[in-house]
Ligand binder design. Sequence first.
Ligand code: DC
Length: 231
Amino acid sequence: MSRHHNFIIAIDGFSSCGKSTLAKALAKKLKFAFIDSGAMYRAVTLYFIRHSIALDDQEAIDNALKEIHIDFIPNATKTEIHLNDEDISEEIRQMYISDKVSEVSAIKAVRVAMVAQQQKLGSRRNIIMDGRDIGTTVFPDADLKIFMTADPKVRAARRYLELTEKGEDVTLEEVVENLASRDHIDSTRAESPLRQAEDAIVLDNSNLTPEQQLHFVEEEYLKVKALKIQA
Ligand code: DC
């Protein structure tokens, strides 16, 4: 059983599997804080692009990381993500960030800095954190670990719909390519690649509604909670 007193739920999986959607709904239901770790890598990517940081310039990267402060600010309807006090929640969802974020998140110094911040964010509260390495690296002793997966075609179609609904000018082929390339980089990188933790529960949501997914995880949560109380 875990060494911490707060309850930590780790949700990992491939890009566009619906991790954030599930994590948000679960956080609302359980009244846990939700932390989208991918948004943090996206914030770093935005900073690097704005400041023209070359991805092979270690010194520039180290200096930039010292200047990057990321906060999650809950408001009435959602949690905003702030980069040095600027709300960048919308900006980081754009395709030009998605195209670069896997490269940025493969850099060791970036990961070390973000993992430290993520561990700090989860040190005292009940949290749900979603990402790629939460159950393996960030919180290896998380109370509940979910590994999400879905058919690549279903994932691409969902993502395409999401982007075009926001008015982004993308084709389905571009989305398919972006997902395939991110899957490849995320799961083959040297630094904490995306992989399923041995004790993670797999959730394939290709044919599940959001309600069914929520129900599935909630049941698992209740089982672990009962055990944690007994311990
Ligand atoms: O979940 P997302 O698509 O917003 O994540 C953006 C990128 O960040 C993704 O391509 C991989 C990376 N990432 C990571 O390496 N580790 C995490 N814990 C979360 C995201």
